[in-house]
Structures are given as C-alpha cells and as structure tokens.
Design a protein around this ligand. Sequence first.
Ligand SMILES: [Mn+2]
Length: 359
Amino acid sequence: MALSPDPRLEPNLEPRPEPSPAPSGANPPPPADPIAAILQVIGLGERFLVCSHARPDGDAVGSMLALGMLLRQLGKHADLVNPDSLPVVYRGLPEAGSIAFALSVRGHYDAVILLECDSVGRAGLRGLDQYFLINIDHHITGSDWADLNWIDHQAVSVGELVHRLVQASGAVVTPQMATCLYTTLLTDTGGFIYGSLRASTFALARDLVLAGADPVRIAQDVCFSAPVSKMLLLGAALSNLKREGRLCWLSITHNDMVRTSAADEDCEGIVNYALGIAGIEAAAFFRELPESRIRVSLRSKGSINIAAIAEHFGGGGHEFAAGCAVDGPLHEAVDRILAAIRSALAAIHAARPRQSDST
Ligand SMILES: [Mn+2]
C-alpha cells in the first residue's frame, strides 16, 4: 500500500500553502477539451490516486467517492486519500470507508487527480509533486497550477464536473455514485439556496434521483444529524453576533471550542446565520485556532465579490462564499477583515443610487 497513515492527525491548522507558483513554462495551457484530455490520461493508465482538500466538506467527500467509483468501473485501480478524517455526517456515504487517511503518499500512480484544490499544497499530502497532477476545480480563484487543468466555476459543485466525466466516459451512474454526487449538490448549494444555481442544477439533481439517489434520506443524513456540540457551539457564536449596517459577523474562541467539546466540522455553516439577517449583504465568521491563527469564513448575498477579499488575505473560494486564515489575535484579525469588507461595501454603494440601499 502506498499510504503512510498517521493516527496523530491534528485538526488542520490551515497552514495556507504557499501561493501557487506563477504559471511557468512547465504547465501547458488548458486543453481545448479538458474532459477528453482527462479521459485520455485515465484510459492510458492503470493506477490513480484521488485527493481533495484537507478538512473535506460534502463536495470533497462525495466527488472523491464518485470519481473512485468511476475509475473502478473503468477497470482502473483507485486509491482515495485525505489527510483529515471525514465529518461524521458523510461517513454513511457509499464506500466512505474506501477513503484512507494519510499525510504522505508514495508508490506508483499514473496520475493523481486533485478535486477542488487551488494548489498541490491544499491536498495536505506530502509526496504529490513526483506525479502527473490533474486539477479539477470549480472555484473562481482556481488556477492552472497542475499538469492538466479543468476549472469551471459555473459548476455548483466539483461533483457536477465528476458527473460530466462519468457521462463522457460512457460509464453508468450507479445508485451509489448518484448518492455521492447528489450530496455534493446539496451541500455546496447549502440545500439548493446559493451558489451558481441554474435550471441545469435541478436537471442534474433530477437525473441523480432517477439514477437512485434518495433526496430525503440524504438530506436527513447531512442536514439533520448534527451532534449536540454543533448546536452548543452555534449558541456561543450567536451570542457574539454583531451587526453594523449591511455587515454582520460572529466569532468563537478556542475556549468556546473546548467548552462545547466541538469538533472542527461543527463550525461548518455557522456563517450563514449572520448572512440570514434582513438587510445584511456580507457576513464573516471568525474562529480562533490554537496557536493564534484565525480561520475566516466569508459570505456575500451577491453585491460584493467576497472571494476577492479572501484572496487578498491568502485564501480563496467562490464569488459569494470564500475563506482564508490569518494571524491573530482574534480582535486584530476581525478588524483587518472587517475593514476590507467595509471598503468593498462602500465602493459598491458609492456607485449606486441611494434608493437601492434600503433592502
Ligand atoms: Mn465545492
């Protein structure tokens, strides 16, 4: 086995990997037909490694699993690896046990496929540089850092891109695959309420249900299976909620995490409570990590490009949902991030007629 498991996994401290190197002559331009190019690499190879980012979310887990199923259906060997354990709510997904936990990889692979990683470092695995790297991403801040790149930020989830690969390969969308892919749609759209939602998103959801995904069961597993610690942590965050005009933010300290026995994954989605308030256009959630780093989740209802702010602080994401990690202490991180959001909001509203301010 080519993996080196390390049971002493720390919660990911988001050592934001060094910025991706500027495109050099080493990376070819994106192919005209990236799907065909990726399928060609798959067709010529035998052994593949599938990775996604550390602290995997529903899109990372679901798309890794579905891609693993595709590769095996095509008669290939596929290893799935992540440096962090899966959030509890995704452990019931079909073949979830096939994702191995490791901090480094070695051995022979014909290619490594990285799903929604904005750099090789984002995968959190040592040893990847020696392989032919394929980058499949749907983040607006994604870049052509790999040997073969397919970035489509119109896709609501990277699972949507994996589905296109499945279709183009002629493989069958099994009920297990459909379940994993539907999960990526459900989670990356916050339950079909944000992201690049289009009619095609719902057409894809329909296709996946027809292929065997059970939408009620998946929603129950993903949305209604939270541990108590998540609710206690949410209470701590809401008690720190602050509003200033169109901006709302909340925060939790490391002590809040300890006091509520919260896990890393319990922080997921808390930022949306701030965005859910009438009149709010931008929201931020600050989490104090041990060692005085601050993880920041950013959201916009659409008036400002929040990914640009995340990118300014070394992070990235989508136009309306992004994140970064910055140095503490907490109050200084809050001040720096809020200042950037205030500027962005002020720039937008200075350019707009006043009557549009009222909603
Ligand atoms: Mn995603």
